[in-house]
Design a protein around this ligand. Sequence first.
Ligand SMILES: Nc1ncnc2c1ncn2[C@@H]1O[C@H](COP(=O)(O)OP(=O)(O)OP(=O)(O)O)[C@@H](O)[C@H]1O
Ligand SMILES: [Mg+2]
Length: 423
Amino acid sequence: MSEIAISVDNLSKAYHIGLKEEIPDTLFAAARMWLNRPLHNLRKLARLNTFNDRDDERDLHWALRDVSFNVDFGEVIGIIGRNGAGKSTLLKILSRITEPNSGRAQISGRVSSLLEVGTGFHPELTGRENIYMNGTILGMRKTEIDGKFDEIVEFSGVEKFLDTPVKRYSSGMNVRLAFSVAAHLDPEILIIDEVLAVGDQAFQNRCLGRMSEVARSGRTVLFVSHNMAALRRLCTRCIALENGQVVDDCDADQAIDRYLLSMRGARSDVVTPTRLGTVTEVKLRGEAEPLLKTFCPARIELTIEASQRIVDPGLYVGILSQDGERICGLDLKDFATAEPIPQGNRATMGFRIPKLNLSPGHYMVEFHIKDMASSTVDQIDRMWDFEVVNSKEYGNRKSGKWFGHLALEAEPILPSGTAQDDP
Ligand SMILES: Nc1ncnc2c1ncn2[C@@H]1O[C@H](COP(=O)(O)OP(=O)(O)OP(=O)(O)O)[C@@H](O)[C@H]1O
Ligand SMILES: [Mg+2]
């Protein structure tokens, strides 16, 4: 067997704008798509006829462009990049869920992939049946699957629902079982897309633990995540994608540092277009002063010029550490209902935080602007960085890695029975 587990050679993938390619999210859908293939191919052929047409070329959006890299057996690789950079598209091509327009991806070994919630599960089948079906697809015998069964069930924590069709599972249960199956069925190559975004902290830690076990046992792992701390812990090498192209491929720490720096962008470049309008201003400041200070009042505000009427405006604000770990979030909808924003109007929204309990340090903030009426969610693909500085209210307390991001209000309980108490 060669040393190379994955070989990607000049891979390109284009989507037709406004033409959502059907991507099967269950095995059942994949089978249906396969049966419909002749018709699908015929349509594709018809589209290819007009491929060189200039209008058509303009309608194409290149999700991946000339991507090349090799992965050796046993390497644990992180794929990083902003929203829409092409990470999931790359994994879908590697998992043979979608086809590239040009280029090649060769994989040597048994691949197990966890792409989106529910991928690879048949909704009508029970958890138990899906475990066996996935094992069979991976080429395992029933006795081999039997041997792994208890471990899979135990890890997933869905024991009580094993005989329930997975369509009745919550998305959390679904991803637990899917991860457990993907990570225990002895794949040679494990491909995981952003699974850590779902599930609670305890489950995320167990996933990471399991992934490092898989990695330590010499398996090849490809892991897409926005969680830089997890990537630093797990991966030795990272590939950074930007607009569908590889912009970095090197040691994980170095690639992550460079990526985080590029995310920050220039402060002046605040005007950011989104589907619902243009973000013209973002303000991150103290209530009565420009600086953000621990335990002092703060304001986070975003101004948008609506390019369409936003009927039921919503805003999500996420605060992240420099490593991309989400620390906390605020959703306007949890507080109040906003009036519609007419087309062309500028509106400022956000939060007043009476007491900022973030310890001194550097953070990032991200925004999702929403119109709940049309279920539009614009996840703005840039972040704004800010610094929280020490304050009188926080005192001379230390900060840094031993103290974390959360600033706790506290009073000391001093030891009793000291010299002072001696008669
Ligand atoms: N099925 C599809 N049909 C049309 N366009 C698509 C489809 N899937 C992805 N795209 C487009 O291709 C580009 C790359 O998308 P992709 O999902 O690979 O990004 P990503 O890096 O995984 O982003 P994220 O971090 O948000 O998951 C995006 O501009 C996206 O809108
Ligand atoms: Mg993705």
